[in-house]
Design a protein around this ligand. Structure first.
Ligand code: PEP
Ligand code: MN
Length: 452
């Protein structure tokens, strides 16, 4: 099935791209550094650093995503909102990788199709913010922009943009990547996947739904136990981060084995909701790299705007190049998504549609804690499946903020986290994540949608 190329607008056809051509455009959400000499020194050092991924790996991922775009397979894209330098621990990483593998296995079991696993990991250090400044205890401070820029501690010194953090971000990414690679090819069982790791003990009084979850888990554990070595090398993880800090991304962009430019710090990058301006620096940077990419799409995106974005980001209409990650909120999806699906169908664009049920469903608890309700997250995912079905389109991916341990950041789920217990183990420096049992429960609860 050959895809028809999309007509590139005049505006882009004549413009030459380079790793630094984004510098001629307005760049939203960039930190301001007061020591430009230091910044330049660090960027120069980063330009010399080894690649963290091979371009051939990006090509393989793109091919796997092309299958998904063509209707076969499912993408699970998940991980922390923001990785933190101080949170990088061997065991915690193993738990994250294991949780990804478990979600992948549940999806594979439901769909009987391949699952592509992409983690928000090994470089997810830069955060876009809605405000540049915030008031903490009556003091005005620059906001926290992720560990790659400053520190979350509410103090003027900590919030200063520090160029050395760019180098640290690279080195931590390399350390995480090394562990991801070490675990690649491992079987889930070798990562300590006992029945308990499926959080069965948390289920308590079993409802009908929970009984069937137990049944699925028992089936999966039997399959895993009896599988010959290597049959469930479920750990085949790609890494990704938001391509936000453009000077960093530029420094780590190089030439791939096929002589095309690639961001060599990660397999996959996505463009955030706040930085996808058509004439902005981020779109300019993204259009030139050959990695597979995603773009976040929120309720403000108009159908024509989406068509223009697709035209700029995937002019050759190659399946696997572009994922549209929608994040409307459970109450707005029905109003926003159908017209955008129509716009994609009208131009016959080969994209993957992925649902991010996290970023449109943020609430603040009565104690002032940022959280999300498990039920709202589930509701948006279910609506996304229904709306795509009704429009003759296909939901091919799920984008989650989650982690492998027992955090108490999102409300509800069978773990039944309440407002009063949110602060017990709330460790996210940014948005609230599903904990391990909530993530598995969510994926399990959409099995019926995945089986359609
Ligand atoms: C995120 O993915 O953490 C994020 C900031 O998302 P969005 O750009 O959709 O708001
Ligand atoms: Mn987030």
């Amino acid at each position: 099935m050959n895809a028809r190329p999309i007509q590139l607008s005049e505006h882009f056809r004549d413009k030459r791209w380079s790793t630094s051509s984004w510098r001629t455009k307005a760049a939203a959400q960039q930190p301001v550094y007061d020591n430009l000499v230091d910044l330049e020194g660090v960027l120069e050092r980063l330009r010399q650093m080894p690649a963290l991924v091979r371009s051939t790996e990006c090509v393989t991922l793109r091919q796997q995503l092309a299958e998904v775009a063509n209707g076969w397979g499912f993408l699970i894209h998940a991980g922390d909102c923001a990785e933190r330098f101080t949170d990088i621990h061997r065991q915690e990483l193993t738990r994250k990788v294991r949780a990804m593998g478990q979600m992948g296995l549940l999806i594979q079991h439901a769909t009987q199709q391949p699952v592509v696993q992409v983690a928000r990991m090994a470089g997810q250090f830069a955060k876009p913010r809605s405000q540049g400044m915030e008031t903490v205890n009556g003091v005005q401070l620059p906001v926290y922009r992720g560990d790659i820029v400053n520190d979350v501690t509410a103090h003027a010194d900590a919030r200063r943009s520090d160029p050395q953090r760019l180098l640290q971000a690279y080195l931590y990414s390399a350390a995480v990547m090394n562990q991801v690679r070490a675990l690649s090819g491992e079987s889930l069982t070798s990562l300590g996947l006992s029945e308990d790791a499926w959080h069965l003990s948390r289920l308590g009084e079993l409802t009908q739904e929970e009984r069937s979850y137990r049944h699925v888990v028992q089936q999966l554990t039997t399959i895993l136990k009896s599988a010959p070595d290597g049959a469930y090398d479920a750990i085949n993880l790609y890494v990704s981060h938001e391509g936000l800090h453009l000077a960093y991304e530029e420094a780590l962009t190089g030439t791939g084995d096929d002589h095309h430019p690639y961001n060599l710090s990660t397999h996959y990058l996505w463009l955030g909701e706040r930085t996808r301006q058509l004439d902005g620096a981020h779109v300019e940077y993204f259009r030139g790299i050959h990695n597979p990419i995603g773009v976040k799409i929120g309720p403000s995106c108009k159908p024509e705007e989406l068509q223009a974005l697709i035209t700029q980001l995937n002019p050759n209409n190659e399946p696997g190049r572009l994922t549209l990650i929608t994040r409307f909120g459970k109450d707005r999806i029905a109003q926003s998504l159908p017209a955008l699906i129509g716009a994609v169908q009208e131009m016959d664009a080969r994209v993957i549609w992925s649902c991010d049920p996290m970023h449109g469903n943020g609430i603040v608890s009565s104690q002032g804690i940022k959280t999300r309700r498990f039920q709202d997250i589930l509701s948006e995912v279910r609506s996304a499946f229904d709306i795509h079905d009704a429009a003759g389109s296909r939901l091919g991916g799920l984008h989650l903020e989650c982690t492998g341990s027992d955090v108490t950041e999102c409300l509800g789920g069978s773990a039944d986290i309440q407002e009063a217990t949110l602060s017990e183990n709330y460790t996210s420096a940014c948005d609230p994540r599903l904990n391990a049992s909530q993530s598995l429960e969510l994926v399990f609860m959409i099995s019926d949608c995945l089986q359609r």
